[in-house]
Structures are given as structure tokens and as C-alpha cells.
Design a binder for this molecule. Structure first.
Ligand SMILES: [Fe+2]
Ligand SMILES: [Fe+2]
Length: 148
């Protein structure tokens, strides 16, 4: 199990979640509704970012000097999404909260797409297949996925 394939699979599931949040939150009329959506989406996106950072980025930056700029940029995008989610949690009005949640959706789509275009191909090219498989096994263990 290659870590890149695992993370791409997570993007696929997250894209579907982003579509759902956009549809439901776009029509939300209460702050509680927007907060509930933000909380679910935040847990899914931040759980993904954390695994990516701990498993892939850390290994990539320790082994591939040329990946430094790309990783810095990906981590900046993770931090921007985290900041927006933190700001959202303290908003008291439904309109601004909904707008910020929709902008988190857009930021996440843009970020996943940047990883797919720049970061994952770089990792795939720069890391040896056995390293990618070992990281994939660590991913499966963290996610509770059984690989036969
Ligand atoms: Fe990411
Ligand atoms: Fe990702």
C-alpha cells in the first residue's frame, strides 16, 4: 500500500464531503447548523492534514532537500485552513459563519489540488517504493485499515 494512493483516496472522500457541506451550508439558516457542519468538516480535513504532515511531509523533508519549498507551501495552506476554522468557531452570526465555512471549502479544494499537482508527484518521484510502502503501512495502522 503506497502512502500516495492512500492520501489520494482520502482526497476523493473529502471532495465528496466538501460538496455536501457546500450544498447544505449554502442553505443553512442557523448558526448551530453551520457550526455542526464546520465541526464535522474540520475534524475530517484536519485529521487528514495531520497524518499527511506526520507521515509524508516529515519524511520527504528529511530526505529530499528540493522538496523544502513545496512542503513549506503545503504546511502554510494547512495552517491557513486551521486559522479559518478557529475564527469560524467564535463567530456569533450565521451569515459571516456560513461565508467563512464556504471559503474553507474553497481553500481545501485548492489545497488538495495543489498537493495532487505538485506535492504527491514530487514525493512519488523522490522517495523509493519501499519507503512509500512503509509509510502506507503506517497510514493503514493509524487509520485502522486492514491490509491483507
Ligand atoms: Fe494537505
Ligand atoms: Fe491532502
Amino acid at each position: 500500500m503506497d502512502i500516495i494512493d492512500a492520501l489520494l483516496g482520502e482526497h476523493g472522500a473529502l471532495y465528496a464531503a466538501l460538496d455536501g457541506v457546500e450544498r447544505i451550508s449554502g442553505a443553512a439558516t442557523s448558526l448551530a447548523e453551520v457550526r455542526a457542519q464546520a465541526s464535522l468538516l474540520g475534524a475530517a480535513v484536519q485529521g487528514h492534514s495531520q497524518l499527511e504532515d506526520e507521515l509524508l511531509f516529515t519524511v520527504l523533508e528529511s530526505r529530499v532537500a528540493s522538496a523544502e519549498g513545496v512542503i513549506k507551501s503545503m504546511r502554510r495552506m494547512h495552517a491557513d485552513i486551521d486559522d479559518a476554522l478557529a475564527r469560524l468557531r467564535v463567530l456569533q452570526d450565521v451569515g459571516p459563519a456560513r461565508d467563512l465555512l464556504l471559503s474553507v471549502v474553497a481553500m481545501a479544494r485548492e489545497h488538495f489540488s495543489a498537493e495532487e499537482e505538485f506535492c504527491f508527484p514530487l514525493a512519488d518521484q523522490a522517495l523509493a517504493p519501499d519507503v512509500l510502502d512503509r509509510l502506507g503501512a503506517a497510514w493503514a495502522e493509524r487509520r485502522g485499515v486492514t491490509i491483507a
